[in-house]
Design a binder for this molecule. Sequence first.
Ligand code: GRG
Length: 288
Amino acid sequence: MKLMELKNEIDLWLNNYFEAKDGYHKIIYEAMHYSLSIGGKRIRPLLALICYNLYKSDYEKIMPVAGALEMIHTYSLIHDDLPSMDNDDLRRGKPTNHKVYGEALAILAGDGLLNEAMNILFNFCIEHQEAINACKLISNSAGAEGMIAGQVVDIINEGKLISEKELSYMHRNKTGALIKASILSGAILGGASENHIEILGSFGDKLGLAFQVKDDLLDVVGDSALLGKTIKKDMNHNKTTYVSLYGLEKCKDICKTLTEQCILDLKKLDKDTELLENLTLNLLERNN
Ligand code: GRG
């Protein structure tokens, strides 16, 4: 299996999902589909599918869970871009949801994606009752003890200098929680042992952090055209970031060290983790 082929399968599943949706309110499905269809690296669904595939070969079975993870992530991007939050015009290289559909529909499109994800997870649990723990983990990671907690700490501290401890709390939740849940839900659904869950949990913590440090780096040195979003946002909003705390060179080192540690964690699984290693390295080397 190749990363690009798997990404194409995810894209196809997400595209087909909204095809049959109709009704007087059809515009909401258009708005939900819009932000999903304009790009995105699909890191979270890829992580879930690849981690499941470490244990079982029928990864297509959990495609709905993978799709739900991408819907939750996309909802968070739509809401993060709103005028009341980061007020961004560009996402995934295209106008943000509220720029196309207006603020009210963009809020509803985000709400709609989160609810649709939960519907998908509930339906999956009805068909596969053993999936309940994995799905609960996903919903927890997106909630007020996870991604929302991180976003709140981000918002209430805008313009303030925060400590490394607070910054780490913010990112562990805002970015890390859903990434870790993607990894662990895939592994749990695949039937990984407790020992493997522990190793993958440690991998997930480091990958989430490396991903965030890289995101902070890209905000400073990245190319807006390649990234498909506005850059220097953190600086302009006076946000504390890993770059503002440690500087560019140290951040590059942190990213490299974390990535090496991720690979070492994967080696402990004693499995063919080539795909997961490639994805990890791609995330370090990415320019978008
Ligand atoms: C609104 C509840 C709520 C939460 C928003 C995830 C998030 C929380 C905000 C996004 C802002 C941001 C730049 C976060 C840093 C890292 C991150 C999640 C980047 C975007 O994820 P990618 O790189 O995006 O996976 P693509 O477009 O490739 O899917």
